[in-house]
Each structure stands twice: as structure tokens, then as C-alpha cells.
Design a protein around this ligand. Sequence first.
Ligand SMILES: *[C@@H]1O[C@H](CO)[C@@H](O)[C@H](O)[C@H]1NC(C)=O
Ligand SMILES: *[C@@H]1O[C@H](CO)[C@@H](O)[C@H](O)[C@H]1NC(C)=O
Ligand SMILES: *[C@@H]1O[C@H](CO)[C@@H](O)[C@H](O)[C@H]1NC(C)=O
Length: 363
Amino acid sequence: MLKRGYKSNQRNAAHNCRVSVLVMFLTLMLMLVVLYVLLQTVGEEKYTKTMNDSEKLSLAHELPNPKQKWNTFDSFVQFHPTKEFRNGTDLIWQVPESSPKGVLFVAHGCSGRAINFWDQSPECPDCIGLPEERLFVLHALAQGFAVITISSARRCWTYGKEVLLVENIIEWWISKRKLENLPLMALGASSGGYFVSVLATTMKFSSIAIMIAEGMFHKMDIKRDYPPTLFVHMPKDFGRQQKIDEYVDILKDKEIDVGVVECVEFPLSPNTLSDRIPGIDQNLSGKLFEFFKEKGFVDQNGYMRRDGRVIKWKKALEEKKTVSLDKRLVPHIQEELNLAFAYHEMTSVHSDQIFKWFESHIN
Ligand SMILES: *[C@@H]1O[C@H](CO)[C@@H](O)[C@H](O)[C@H]1NC(C)=O
Ligand SMILES: *[C@@H]1O[C@H](CO)[C@@H](O)[C@H](O)[C@H]1NC(C)=O
Ligand SMILES: *[C@@H]1O[C@H](CO)[C@@H](O)[C@H](O)[C@H]1NC(C)=O
């Protein structure tokens, strides 16, 4: 009896124990869910607040479909860059013919180079002109900004000596071109965004824009004279968006003007690639679009199902054989696919808002 009772008690105890573990587990899960929902709500409130605060900009979602075509700026400006070599790296720049209103330094992301921002030309035979980079620079030139691009020493930017080196190069170039009296601005994408956020602690910018990056604000001592900062980001990258929300508050606590521009996904159309990429005609663009649909890379409504970097579209296209593609255009197409998916890519879609930001902070 005793034995059995003991046994059954033991079994009960084990059972109870299992039940209480289960209950504890469920409670914990419930708490996590509640916490998550709470955080989400707080995040949303913060975000709405952020958007409401910046009154200089209309932060309403624009139609996400890119309206600029690769040749939109043809009647305003042409590429005539100058390429130079200094301190072990290359800089490529162009100053608008009639009185420039500012100097804009643009920093690429990892694996980027200065040559990505400019079309191939006699002045720059090895330039590549990626669709978003080139459109952004054309827009800047058309708006009257002198543009300077510099290549990072390594694959990505580093935040030690390279900061001083780039500062030296920019200052040397500005004094050589006699542009000292113009306001200085910077835009950096991804690794370039972190870099610009650090560069702004030593160089005097009238404002900066940090694209698809949250910046290094957790590692820097932000002074009150830190420049007005615009975050241009893709909220699909949720982790980054949360960090940006956090850093927006850090900057606001120091009374630094902050703005946020969101870039969201957009559907591809048969003409998207020919609209955005010089060297792709409507015929090829339409064929590629049909091919992406056929392969399921793009859904019924034209939206990318996954990031362009993840899908094996190049291999699939090689196997298909009926669409022939100049290999040099692969990075250009890849960039537009990533952009349409809107997780992490350089973008010129919101250039209007970026230049409004720069202009509204020229004293
Ligand atoms: C947004 O800002 C405006 C102007 O400062 C203010 O009048 C309005 O109440 C704010 N809206 C919200 C929802 O906070
Ligand atoms: C960059 O190059 C210039 C000219 O060659 C040189 O005077 C300067 O010291 C270099 N700066 C750095 C940081 O290496
Ligand atoms: C696309 O080009 C091919 C070959 O140049 C041609 O045969 C075909 O008719 C064109 N298609 C369209 C839709 O223009």
C-alpha cells in the first residue's frame, strides 16, 4: 500500500511537476507575447511621433513606384566627372557649371566603389554607373550640388584612421576647387552610412543623410552641434528600424534635428528594368519580367518574393538560354531587384526628400 501509494504519489508528483513546467512554459510564452505586443505598440507610437515631429518634410508615403527614369535628367545635366588618385584611393567628382549651392560627399556601401556612381565615359572608362547610384548623383548635380565620391580602402569602410584620411582628401579637394564657402553635406549608404555618422563628429556638415544604416550612435559621444540627421531606411529590415527609432531619440534628446524617410517595396512591371537601367530596352525588360514571373521569383502582382541576392536568377537565366543578357548588366539588374524587395539597397527613389532635407538645413 505504502509502496504503491508512494509510487503513485511519485507518479503524481512527476505528473504535477510536468504540468507545472508546462504551465510555467505557457505563462512565459504568454508573457513574451504580451511583451512583444507592448514593445510593438510602443515602437509604433514612437515612430508616429517621430514622423509627426519633423515638419519640414512631408514624410507621408509617396507612391513607392520609382518615377525617375534613367534618362530623366538628360536635359538638365550630363556626366563629366574627373577621376583622381590620392592617398592610395580614387576620388571621382563633378562640379556643376553654374554656381554650385553646396558640396555633397557620397559614401558607398560594402563592396562599392566610387566608379559605381558615374556612367562609363571617356573621363572614366572603368565607371559602372549602377542605376540607383548614378540617378542619385545626377539628381544632386541637377539640384546644383558639387558631388565627390571616394572609394573605401578596403571592402567596407573602417572607422579609425580612414576617417581622418577621408576628411583630409575632402578638405584638400574643397580648397583646390575653391569651394570653401559652400555648405558641406554627406550621404552614406550602409557601411557608408556608419562611416558618415562618424565622419560627422570631426567634419563640419550642414546636414547628413544616413541610408539603410542606423549609424554608430551607440558608440559615439554625441555633442549638441552634431549635424541634422536624416535616416533613409527600409522598414522591412525590422531590427534596423528598431535601432533607428532608438537613435532618433538619442539625437532628439540632444536637440538635434532628425528626420526619417521610409522606403517600401514596390511591384516590378515589364518596364521597370528598361526605365531604370541604361542599356536595357523594353523588349529585354519585358522578357526578364516574364521570366521572373514564370520562375516564381515575382508574385502575381509583380512583387519580389525574396531578396534579389537570395534567388538564383542568374543561374536560372543561363539555363533558360532564350534570353541573352550582357553579363555587365547583372549588378544593375540585381540592384533593382533588391530595391523592389526593399530590405537593404541603395535607393534614389526618395532623392526629392533627401535634397529637401539638405536644402532646408543650409543656413
Ligand atoms: C503633430 O504635430 C502638429 C504640429 O506640431 C500638432 O498640432 C499635432 O497635434 C501633432 N499630432 C499628433 C498626433 O501628435
Ligand atoms: C595624402 O597625400 C598627400 C599628398 O601625397 C600627403 O601630403 C598627405 O600626407 C597624405 N595624407 C595621409 C593622411 O596619408
Ligand atoms: C524582341 O526582340 C526580338 C529579337 O530582336 C524580336 O524577335 C521580338 O519580336 C521582340 N519582341 C517585342 C515584344 O518587341
